[in-house]
Design a protein around this ligand. Structure first.
Ligand code: 5GP
Ligand code: MN
Length: 327
């Protein structure tokens, strides 16, 4: 921490990065750290690989985020000129696509703050806890370790609240600890509006998004009761029918787990270039190794993801065969 503290003090340009298709924890932790570093008068920029759902747009200073895909020249210029890069909510440069190659060739010091398994060796410092529920909680612990908790305010709290809320399924997953609740209590004392944040994230669906959920559950969920497994698949054509926007399938993979006896759930989504796999599990069923071994991915024990380069039909077939063989 002494080294990192010194790096922050000495740095003239800090960049905060997070993984592609950023979620609530990715954006919440990035903006939380950003607002803190701004407050101590650092020159800092958040750069994300690509876009994120509009239900995160209420966060303070969200409009200052730079997109590596659509604002490439500017993003590269800022990264090139930086001397310190934070990697938040990811631990492998693979998770940030082309931005990873670009960051790898810079001389900037690199600090990972993350809660995923198996960190890859690309940074100088690692502030990592794989038992921690979220990177947003780690940002609070990081600011605490810097001895700067007096800089916490309502705006920083609301960003971090959102990251903890989304990564814990609103404080219900086993990763939610007494410490998590204590930190949330601190946020509330600072004025964070928990009810507002829940509404912004969970009660701002478009009608089409809610109907997509209904369609997916009624027509596209396949349940294998004897295997304690279920999955939902969605094609590009089906997504287009429901006017799909980024974030519209967020949370969908969790629904099959609410069936009594189902311990393993998957969402198989046809993207423009490949097939995206999302896995969730509970109890004695772990998905991170499955994601890594069969779908070139990874994640946490109860929440992981990956990819497939096969067609949607072939991917579904491969997935069904795997769960049948593995029981
Ligand atoms: P989601 O299903 O919400 O996209 O992702 C669930 C978890 O798995 C997240 O913690 C995410 O970081 C991780 N994850 C998702 N996709 C990938 C992937 O392609 N590779 C790796 N290593 N992790 C992933
Ligand atoms: Mn996270």
């Amino acid at each position: 921490m002494q080294d990192i503290k010194q790096l922050i003090t000495n740095s003239k340009g800090i960049v905060i990065t997070t993984h592609k298709s950023p979620d609530g924890d990715a954006i919440g932790s990035s903006l939380g750290l950003y607002l803190f570093l701004k407050k101590i008068n650092k020159n800092v920029t958040v750069i994300v690989p690509d876009g994120f759902p509009t239900f995160l747009n209420w966060m303070s200073k969200v409009e200052e985020i730079i997109y590596f895909d659509s604002n490439n020249e500017k993003a590269k210029d800022i990264i090139q000129k930086s001397d310190l890069i934070f990697s938040l909510d990811y631990n492998s440069l693979k998770r940030i696509d082309e931005m990873g190659d670009f960051i790898a060739q810079t001389n900037s010091y690199k600090v990972v703050i993350d809660h995923h398994q198996d960190p890859q060796d690309f940074a100088n410092y690692y502030f990592v806890d794989t038992n921690c529920c979220s990177t947003s909680q780690l940002i609070y612990e990081f600011i605490d370790k810097l001895g700067e908790l007096d800089k916490m305010d309502k705006e920083i709290s609301e960003c971090l609240y959102c990251g903890i809320m989304t990564d814990t399924g609103s404080f219900r997953y086993p990763s939610t600890t007494a410490k998590t609740h204590q930190i949330i209590a601190e946020f509330l004392k600072l004025g964070a509006d928990g009810a507002k944040i829940h509404q912004e994230v969970y009660d701002t669906y478009s009608e089409k998004r809610l109907r997509l959920l209904g369609y997916a559950l009624t027509n596209k969920m396949k349940v294998f009761e004897e295997l304690n497994a279920a999955y939902i698949s969605l094609s590009q054509e089906e997504l287009k029918q429901f006017d799909f926007k980024k974030g519209d399938t967020e949370g969908l993979v969790n629904y099959p787990l609410s069936i009594n006896g189902i311990k393993f759930s998957a969402l198989i989504t046809e993207k423009e270039k490949d097939i995206s796999m999302s896995f969730r599990s509970k109890d004695d069923c772990y998905v991170n190794e499955f994601a890594n071994k069969y779908f070139n991915g990874g994640g946490h024990i109860y929440a992981a993801g990956g990819k497939s380069d096969l067609t949607l039909e072939e991917t579904i077939q491969k997935f069904e065969e795997l769960i049948k063989v593995m029981g």
